[in-house]
Design a protein around this ligand. Sequence first.
Ligand SMILES: [Zn+2]
Length: 558
Amino acid sequence: MTMAWEPDEEISSLIRHLALQNSLQYDGKGQAGSVISRIMGSREDLRKFGKDIAPIVAREVSSANQLANSNGLDFIREILEDEAPHMLEKKEHKRREGLPELPNLGNKKPILRFAPNPNGPLSFGHSRGLVINGEYAKELGGELILRFDDTDTTVKPPMLEAYESISKQQAELCGFPAHRIVIASERMDVYHEYARKAIETNFAYVCKCSGDEFREFRLSKTNCPCRGNDLSENISLWEAMNDENGLNPGDAVLRMKTGMDQKNPALRDWPAARIQVNPHPRVGNKWRVWPLLDFQSAIEDHLQGVTHIIRGKDLMYSTRKQKLLYEHFGWQYPETIYWGRVKVHEFGSFSTSQMKQDIADGIFEGWSDPRLPTLSALFRRGIRPESLRSFWIELGLTQKDIAVPLSTLYSHNTKCIEPEAPRLAFVRDPVSVNLQGEYPSLLEISAHPETEMPPRTFRIDDEVLIEKEDSGKPIRLKDFCDINENGLVQSINKTDDRPIVHWIPSGIATTLTIADGKDIIEIEGMLEEHDYEIGTIVQLERVGYAVVEKSGLLMVHD
Ligand SMILES: [Zn+2]
């Protein structure tokens, strides 16, 4: 004889809580079936007691539903908050649509930053940082700082036009202008002040070793001779760095005294400032000693009160370098969240400097050439800011490296543009068909099946244009009539399942341009007459979405 199985206390309360959670989730109409599958899904060991568990679950679900209906959903929420808060958190999580909670935010408003180098215009990759930081700032009532990290005049010199285009695109992409704009090259006095403070508090020294020499010291964890400079030596060397008659680029750098015994070699007395003499496009030759990114960014994050930094996991070392500086100054480092790389195969091989070169060489027509992954090219090609937003939010903040096909972005975009895109007919490789028989000479054809756009008016003479591959067989002219292979109108109503083809009574010779990887494909055809403005996205029947441009049509995607 076998004893009936009885749940122990832990299992009983699991069932009870799942029942409450389910009832809460479905507004007091929890389902025993879904609770059972949740239990069996998470507790394989209970599967063999399925028969015994089912009635217990049914009882708990029905009492949870009763409780929800008599005392309200908030009552259920309170019980769970008390007894099993983790079950509530999961639900809150779902509501946030892909973005996790910001850690340790407490009651503060978050201050986030997006800090591009204006050495070129923004690209697809930048849109992630803008979207994610912007979304948190907006959703949580915080602030977004747009910071131009433009202190490298040698390797990645700033491009003057980029400041304006980046600010504009930030607003377009986030849906609001940044709350603060910070331009590092205009705050050089601040970085100099902190460099000086670091020297005076014995946390920095001027190092005159060559790169190769210092590499040796770093690898052997040995102090370089400059590390022992006393304060007055460091001050006078610092002044020599800043003096045009003093030291020259490459003669010396300022190093943070983080310790030559750090486990990670990158952290050992890292460089914070160096001499650059190329003129800066905004401030010319006003400064001679320029901060390196880790130093400049660390100081600025603190001064601007940044609460959360979201950055690539490849920048974990930066965080650790900067934390040593924060420790020295007694500051609290912002919460840091890392994400993995997202690779979109089609955008794989572009770098800003390569694009710059290719544009100069005439390979691309400019930064908004539709083959490039710049934001200006994507916007020109009809990719909407909202689509980039939902694309990045859906991918979330995983630390895993992921590869995503461009078609994923396109499907987000289709959702945005489909409701607004009027239908137009574009007949490729057109041939004319002489109509015979009886047919109306004026037709109104819907411009969009679901919205109330004014219909298109077709005036039909005695011929129409169809694509060559549709000719020579019985077809149905879409929304018009059935014809045989010779153009004889057989019926106005649809009579059978012959192919339905798009057609136009007359049209404008038009080129459809398609960006295909690094190639441009041009398709000639006849486009239905229309008066849509430049920039309108239309849906070409049987082709896909395209933008009306001055010179013709530019393909968005299918
Ligand atoms: Zn040295």
